[in-house]
Design a protein around this ligand. Structure first.
Ligand code: SER
Length: 319
């Protein structure tokens, strides 16, 4: 039986890097696709192809040449970056997804597709804690593309038999690669500003509570939903998944347990409006029931792991 070949589109990105490392460490064959080569050292030995997801012929050629069986389509313009260039973001996000779904429908070898949706599908009226089937009026181009993308996934599953699976990720926090242009990015970039002479300038309000997740749980969710029996998945759009919720001042208080002198100032910008349109948390009962979703990492463990990974030295206590 031919071995599986896992193709990660957006392999140089924040989630792509972590998923590629996890699959590689699990002994799987992994193919990396992106418009720029990944730089994380453990990925340098893996096959890499430069492909823009807007070029369907190039995607098709690579899927065929490597006998790809599983596609993780992660390339997208995120919420904040997308608002700067809406037409570009829409083109990239929608074309990429439709190309992948279309190829998965037409190529027998492609068994499964994973495509991430987001809390950005929610907007005003979705509720403070958004239900799986909450009203959705997204406030960003990114959110609109994820919302419509979910419906395309459902359509390709029902009418073309594509086994595409999806979850609504919150802000993702990890260390291997930086995030690119999201509203939740402050919770990653702050870890690069713990010891500087100047305070860290946070672009959200101190009280802006958002759903967040450690990268280990995010990778676990993707692998777990892909290994679930298809018949157990009642949702053909994207599953709500929830791990923790915090606001900037709560994150910074936890950081101060490790770095007592850490200083911050607040200068909310356009990203504050995006953040305030999103829920504080998600109800994820359906994911728990259908495929056993159960996050492992809360705020104290998240901060400890970020400090550990970045080898940030705790100032020594006075003698
Ligand atoms: N982290 C994403 C963003 O901020 C949300 O899915 O855009």
């Amino acid at each position: 039986m031919p071995q599986d070949m896992h193709c990660i589109i957006g392999a140089a990105g924040q989630l792509g890097t972590e998923l590629a490392v996890a699959l590689h460490h699990a002994g799987e064959r992994v193919l990396l696709l992106d418009i720029q080569a990944p730089t994380y050292p453990a990925l340098l030995e893996l096959p890499f192809e430069t492909v823009d997801v807007r070029d369907q012929a190039a995607l098709s050629a690579v899927f065929g040449a490597y006998n790809v069986t599983h596609v993780y389509h992660l390339a997208a313009a995120l919420s904040a970056r997308g608002e700067q260039d809406p037409q570009w973001a829409w083109d990239l996000n929608m074309k990429g997804l439709l190309h992948v779904l279309d190829l998965a429908a037409g190529m027998d070898g492609i068994a499964q597709v994973f495509w991430p949706s987001s809390i950005a599908v929610f907007g005003p009226g979705s509720g403070v804690v958004a239900a799986q089937s909450a009203y959705r009026l997204p406030s960003t181009v990114y959110g609109i593309s994820k919302n419509v993308g979910e419906q395309w996934c459902s359509w390709y599953h029902q009418h073309r038999g594509v086994d595409v699976r999806s979850v609504r990720y919150p802000g993702l926090i990890g260390t291997l690669a930086p995030p690119g242009g999201g509203t939740t990015d402050y919770a990653v970039e702050v870890f690069d500003h713990l010891h500087g002479p100047d305070p860290y300038t946070c672009f959200l309000k101190a009280e802006e509570r958002l759903p967040m997740m450690h990268m280990d749980d995010a990778v676990g969710a993707a692998l777990q939903i892909l290994s679930a029996p298809r018949a157990s998945l009642r949702c053909t759009e994207a599953y709500n998944i929830n791990a923790m919720s915090f606001n900037p001042q709560e994150l910074f208080a936890e950081i101060r347990r490790h770095v007592p002198g850490f200083k911050v100032e607040y200068a909310p910008d356009f990203r504050q409006n995006i953040a305030s349109s999103w829920p504080d948390a998600l109800h994820d009962d359906m994911a728990r029931e259908d495929w056993g979703w159960a996050p492992k990492i809360g705020l104290p463990a998240l901060v400890s792991s970020m400090m550990e990974a970045r080898k940030v030295q705790t100032p020594s206590s006075p003698h």
